[in-house]
Design a binder for this molecule. Structure first.
Ligand SMILES: [Cu+2]
Length: 141
């Protein structure tokens, strides 16, 4: 009986270990009233998929999960998605002209060199707090 109880504790501990690691989070600078975006690498170290369902940022009016898509031959567009799946044992890269967290309607200037707290909310891992540095956008090729 004692053994079974211990096994239950160990099992629930394993479930609680469901873990996503956020690497190298950064924001693009912009002026108050304009939009910014958050980029990072989401690493799922577990053998189960997790899903990014929302994000929080206190310095923008709206926060959305966005993807970039090909609008036409020579035009890229972006649109909101409801969630982003992070497959088991893999990385999903949020980067310019790809997946990103759109920060719409900045309440203040976001300047290079500053740092901001944000949260990413996953279905299993829950809320993950991150601190992102403001960096210049990489140059277009
Ligand atoms: Cu966007």
């Amino acid at each position: 009986m004692k053994k079974i109880f211990l096994l239950l504790i160990l099992t629930s501990f394993t479930i609680a270990q469901t873990k996503i690691e956020i690497k190298d989070p950064w924001l693009r600078p912009n002026a108050k009233g304009a939009n910014s975006a958050l980029f990072f690498i989401a690493e799922n170290k577990t053998d189960k998929a997790d899903t990014l369902i929302a994000a929080k940022f206190e310095n923008s009016e709206v926060v959305e999960l966005h993807e970039t898509y090909k609008k036409s031959e020579d035009m890229m567009g972006m649109r909101a998605v409801k969630f982003v799946v992070i497959p088991p044992k893999s990385n999903v890269v949020f980067k310019p002209r790809d997946l990103h967290i759109m920060l719409i309607g900045l309440k203040k200037d976001i300047k290079i060199g500053e740092n901001y707290n944000l949260s990413l909310i996953f279905k299993k891992a829950g809320e993950i707090k991150i601190n992102a540095a403001v960096r210049d956008m990489p140059k277009m090729k």
